[in-house]
Design a protein around this ligand. Structure first.
Ligand code: MN
Length: 336
């Protein structure tokens, strides 16, 4: 049995899970392993309690995450019997609009939204909120399963473990705590398929992704501890790559020796620029990139954040880099 500390504050979530029979569970657009792992985790738990559950996502499950047990049952918003749903469980969404704008009106009118999340700046948009800044949202689902006495099967363990691996960047970020490892160890004991998760998460890169990575690394620039690169629409077209082929690129940039911050700019067909920020902070006290992202209406975590900025690529680059420089100077001043 694990000795991981018990996480409090779940009483209302547990009450809702007990008191209702028909649930829909959803997560954010551009879903990654913590979003889908937490969504499926909630589905397994509710099913384990004998409830009726509808798993829903606005976006399709990425190919590399279809191995997660239950992923094949996830439906599009228009396939859900909305009038039957007694409670919406929204997981891993730092904001409610992260479920997708077209989908938002269907959910936000609902009288019972349960918000389960680990993003620190979550505005507690639910009627019931359980927001704890653990390493992953799946850590919260693990805790729920334990508190509800639902058995953690190898399938459920695999979903939960995948979220931890993804959101800690394979146990490399400063959000890894002793409890992260205790929970991970317990999930392994319960049959989480760790190697299958690693291969699916890290060893299924498309040729387009590798080409985009190559181009972006070639054009990367370094100045004052900041490394940055950009991908224009032209480059997306030339390589045949899409936005989801750029997910790991900011981390590749950050791997450069001597840099503290990596910034990747991606030009979308809409004319907006998607900005990804990463820090190479070793002690959790350096630059908080989510603060930079928030200046531009975005958000995220200390070490990984992002924002969507309207404007020309060069202009957005200049504005964001200026803000990163300012934030680095601030962080430097605070440590003096
Ligand atoms: Mn997450």
């Amino acid at each position: 049995m694990t000795k991981a500390a018990t996480v409090g504050g779940s009483e209302e979530v547990i009450a809702v899970f007990h008191e209702h029979e028909r649930f829909a569970v959803t997560s954010h657009i551009g879903p990654e392993a913590d979003a889908i792992g937490a969504l499926l985790g909630a589905v397994h738990i509710l099913k384990g309690m004998g409830k009726r559950v509808f798993p829903v996502l606005r976006d399709a499950v990425p190919d590399t995450l279809r191995f997660l047990p239950g992923a094949g049952e996830i439906r599009a918003p228009n396939e859900v019997p909305h009038e039957q749903i007694e409670a919406w469980v929204v997981v891993d969404c730092g904001q409610l609009n992260r479920v997708g704008e077209s989908f938002l009106p269907l959910i936000e009118r609902h009288p019972l939204i349960v918000n389960i999340d680990h993003h620190q700046d979550n505005p507690r948009f639910g009627h019931v909120n359980w927001v704890v800044p653990l390493s992953s949202t799946t850590m919260l689902l693990y805790e729920l399963a334990r508190q509800l006495g639902v058995e953690i099967s190898p399938d459920l363990a695999t979903c939960l473990y995948a979220g931890i691996v993804a959101d800690t960047d394979s146990f490399r970020n400063t959000n890894v705590t002793p409890d992260t490892l205790r929970v991970a160890a317990d999930l392994l004991e319960r049959g989480a398929r760790a190697r299958e998760i690693s291969v699916n998460l890290y060893e299924r890169r498309s040729l387009a992704e590798l080409k985009l990575t190559g181009h972006a690394l070639l054009r990367a620039r370094v100045e004052d501890g900041i490394i940055w690169s950009s991908i224009s629409q032209e480059l997306f077209q030339e390589t045949g790559g899409g936005l989801n082929d750029t997910e790991r690129l900011a981390e590749e940039l950050r791997a450069a020796d001597g840099v503290r911050v990596a910034v990747l700019f991606k030009e979308l067909p809409t004319g907006k620029i998607k900005v990804s920020l990463r820090t190479k902070d070793t002690d959790g006290r350096g630059l908080d990139v989510s603060r930079v992202a928030r200046v531009f209406g975005g958000g995220g975590h200390r070490q990984a954040a992002g924002c969507l900025v309207p404007g020309r690529l060069e202009d957005v680059e200049a504005a964001v880099l200026a803000e990163v420089r300012r934030a680095l100077e601030d962080a430097h001043r605070h440590t003096l």
